[in-house]
Design a protein around this ligand. Structure first.
Ligand code: FE2
Length: 280
């Protein structure tokens, strides 16, 4: 534990993981999901993928992030939003993350994506529903048998930065040997937890057959966006974590995103943890 003193004078012992997440905007938690559970999830996914009926909801994705290079298009597919096994993992991890990071989490959505050879995740930051984000591999098949790196640029808050050419120029366009950013390698069972809107994140081309990945998103209970628009951000404006999206409600959430992101105070409205300085 690390004893920290907050700006308002409060002293508290927090875990080193909580300290790192709040200060450095990301933390890697190793071996937090038991291998049996990873296999259970992978079996569910393979059954879904091989079924003529069930696989109808696995949709090819042309361009994951707007304006990706031409030769990387159509290299991934996503199981319809909130696949059952991803929702179950989102629920499984919620109390553990709340304990370790010392936050109160509301699930927003879960995403389930299979990347194929040469897939590419263009550098970006996330929308408000991804305030507290988790990414994890279920299985990967790379040519060198090493994890497919996810890169993180965490030197400052990038919330509100949307110019994709600028973002590329300070991230993916820089040759790997010259990068000062963090290349995170995750084995199945490990997770990367990061402040989605604040951290630029990306993956270079996948040199391998494929990679099965899950993304879990939450919003924190105590932020200003949640206090004002909690009804819209809770479950990403679905009835519950088990429900589908309704088109009109999805539109309402998108409109709220646009409004919130246009506010001058937006950068302070999420991931605004009490400021602390290290004591020891
Ligand atoms: Fe993202």
């Amino acid at each position: 534990m690390i004893e920290v003193k907050y700006e308002n004078g409060l002293k508290k012992d927090i875990t080193k993981e909580s300290y790192q997440f709040k200060k450095e905007r990301y933390v890697v938690l190793r071996d937090i999901i038991p291998k049996d559970m990873i296999k259970f999830v992978y079996d569910c996914w393979l059954r879904w993928e091989k079924s003529d009926k069930l696989s109808q909801v696995i949709k090819p994705e042309e361009d994951i992030i707007f304006n990706s290079p031409e030769d990387t298009l159509n290299r991934s597919s996503a199981v319809f939003e909130n696949a059952p096994w991803s929702v179950a993992l989102q629920q499984y991890l919620k109390p553990k993350l709340e304990d370790i990071i010392d936050v109160e989490l509301i699930p927003t959505y879960a995403y389930t994506r299979k990347y194929e050879r040469n897939a590419f995740l263009k550098a970006h930051n996330d929308r408000p529903s991804c305030e507290f984000s988790v990414t994890l591999p279920i299985a990967y098949f790379t040519d060198d048998h090493k994890p497919w790196k996810i890169w993180v640029k965490n030197d400052k808050d990038y919330i509100g930065v949307k110019d994709d050419r600028y973002i590329s120029s300070i991230t993916q366009d820089i040759p790997i040997r010259e990068r000062k950013d963090i290349g995170v390698e995750l084995e199945p069972g490990d997770i990367l937890v990061y402040q989605g809107p604040n951290v630029l994140h990306w993956r270079d081309r996948l040199v391998g057959k494929h990679s099965y990945n899950i993304f879990l998103h939450y919003i924190t209970y105590n932020n200003d966006i949640y206090k004002k628009y909690g009804d819209i951000y809770k479950f990403d404006n679905r009835e519950s974590i088990y429900h589908d999206y309704e088109r009109s409600k999805e539109k309402q959430r998108e409109d709220t995103d646009s409004y919130v992101e246009s506010l001058p105070e937006y950068p302070q409205m999420i991931n605004n943890y009490l400021k602390f300085k290290r004591e020891v």
